[in-house]
Design a protein around this ligand. Structure first.
Ligand SMILES: NC(=O)c1ccc[n+]([C@@H]2O[C@H](COP(=O)([O-])OP(=O)(O)OC[C@H]3O[C@@H](n4cnc5c(N)ncnc54)[C@H](OP(=O)(O)O)[C@@H]3O)[C@@H](O)[C@H]2O)c1
Length: 165
């Protein structure tokens, strides 16, 4: 059965991005990147056009669906759709779907996902301009693991899985 998920990393202010980049370098929070790769491996990922631009390329080993209002957009390795409904329709037979951002896509998708895999980073990054929505009370943490900062992860962080009550 298909399950639809969100995966996200946010700071103490629920910030997820700044000037169309993540708030930390890939090598600065390596366990978060590793978790992202493990969970989304062989899955379908759905993202907004700005997140695609930010990443710079289709994510390898996954089906990449990108939302844009631009009907002429073509990008190697990705399937462009023009609405979230179209994204869901085209992925309805896929086993595992992850909405991977950014902010505008999370906001539109959050009411229609089963699970949220969050990395909650214990940092407060200046100048952030993209945020993750505040979760309604129906969302409950069903798993939570805390980690300290170390040589591969510059901030302390928590992996939390949320499901609806
Ligand atoms: N920390 C994290 O976990 C994480 C994850 C992902 C991204 N981010 C960050 O989030 C930021 C980007 O977020 P964002 O909100 O600015 O951009 P975004 O959600 O990645 O992309 C927005 C674009 O998606 C398209 N779009 C959105 N809704 C649509 C709809 N209903 N139908 C058709 N197209 C639609 C539009 O593209 P067109 O303009 O082409 O029409 C829109 O401009 C960046 O800073 C990025 O680094 C963080």
């Amino acid at each position: 059965m298909m399950n639809r998920n969100i995966i996200v990393a946010y700071d103490e202010n629920r910030a997820i991005g700044k000037e169309n980049h993540l708030l930390w370098g890939q090598r600065e929070m390596q366990e978060d990147m590793k978790r992202f790769r493990t969970l989304t491996r062989k899955a379908t990922v759905i993202m907004g056009r700005k997140t695609l631009v930010s990443i710079g390329a289709a994510l390898p080993g996954r089906r990449n669906i990108v939302l844009s209002t631009d009907h002429s957009l073509v990008f190697p390795g990705v399937e462009v759709v023009n609405s979230l409904d179209e994204a869901y329709a085209t992925t309805s037979q896929d086993n595992s779907v992850f909405v991977i951002g950014g902010s505008s896509i999370y906001e539109q998708a959050i009411n229609n996902v089963d699970r949220i895999f969050a990395t909650e980073v214990a940092a407060s990054i200046d100048g952030a301009d993209s945020f993750f929505p505040i979760l309604d009370k129906e969302w409950k943490a069903v798993e939570s693991e805390d980690y300290k900062s170390d040589e591969n992860n510059i901030y302390p962080y928590r992996f939390v899985t949320y499901e609806r009550d």
